[in-house]
Design a protein. Structure first.
Length: 99
């Protein structure tokens, strides 16, 4: 996202109205143009983004401690990691290391 300059007037109004600094970036990034130069996040767009983020949080929670083994651009395997009964040992060499 482009770096926005905030005027002194906008900074004063932001503080008076209880907005956080990062709120401006969210409004511009997710908002739809309104008026001449404004950005507004419609209720439906906000709900869609909330659902998308909730789904992402559920995915991250589900994948916590999981491991994907990648060599170059190839996924070799994927497993749940130490949190689901793995012994946590990692192969570092030997005759079966690449299998």
């Amino acid at each position: 996202m482009l770096e926005l300059k905030v005027t002194n007037h906008a900074e004063i109004r932001r503080q008076q109205r209880g907005f956080r600094k990062a709120d401006i970036d969210v409004l511009v990034a997710l908002g739809e143009p309104c008026g001449h130069d404004g950005y507004r996040i419609p209720r439906r767009a906000a709900q869609d983004e909330i659902q998308r983020l909730k789904a992402r949080i559920r995915q991250i929670e589900r994948l916590s401690e999981s491991i994907a083994i990648v060599r170059g651009k190839t996924v070799i395997t994927i497993h749940h990691g130490e949190n689901r009964g793995s012994n946590g040992k990692r192969r570092t060499g030997g005759k079966n290391a690449g299998n």
